[in-house]
Design a binder for this molecule. Structure first.
Ligand SMILES: [Zn+2]
Length: 199
């Protein structure tokens, strides 16, 4: 049996989500059809509003509904320490540890030669600007410990060595091949405490 074209299009759109294969996309599509109109309208509205109001923070690229995100605009944060992460969701993971009081910089991705993401695609301009102004004394690189994350860390170490700031990579305890968002708070907290300065 073949599905109506419009339904196939919905399945195709849903298959684009990370971790959602064709079978899961079909299940979600059927679920959407069974939703009450007010529920599906709410979903559409949430997507529209999120797309409309959430923008990258002017300083760090974190998700924000304001020009500056809640972390960059918090006067209690240590402004001269910057932790570099791949995605905004990694900030959530680090914040859960309650052991970091500095600011962040979100790369919005990582180097990935296989997926065609190269050095020039990582937009470091906002961070470099802060380094050039001497606003940053310490940078902590907290990219994932998988192949792409490690490659990105090596590139950052090379780029950041041109500036005065001390550069650290988060420490041991982070299992190889792991994504930051999946590391438990205790391990991640320890990794921050055991960060090592890179030459
Ligand atoms: Zn910010």
């Amino acid at each position: 049996m073949s599905f109506p074209k419009v339904f196939n299009e919905l399945i195709k759109s849903l298959s684009c989500f990370p971790g959602v294969g064709r079978r899961s996309a079909e299940r979600i599509a059927f679920y959407i059809l069974k939703m009450k109109p007010e529920e599906s309208n709410k979903l559409i509205n949430n997507i529209e509003e999120s797309r409309k109001y959430i923008k990258p923070c002017r300083m760090c690229n974190n998700f924000s509904t304001h020009e500056l995100c809640s972390i960059c605009s918090n006067p209690k944060r240590e402004k001269d320490i910057v932790c570099i992460v791949e995605e905004p969701k990694d900030i959530v993971a680090v914040e859960k540890t309650s052991s970091y009081r500095g600011l962040y910089f979100v790369l919005l991705g990582s180097l990935s030669p296989l997926e065609g993401v190269n050095e020039e695609d990582l937009n470091l301009a906002k961070l470099i600007n802060r380094l050039e102004k001497g606003e940053v004394k310490e940078v902590i690189i907290a990219t994932d410990s998988d192949t792409d994350g490690e490659l990105t860390a090596q590139f950052l170490i090379q780029e950041l060595s041109k500036y005065k700031a001390k550069v650290y990579r988060i420490g041991m305890g982070v299992p190889l091949g792991t994504q930051i968002e999946y590391i438990d708070s205790a391990t991640l907290s320890k990794a921050f405490l055991e960060r090592r300065e890179v030459e």
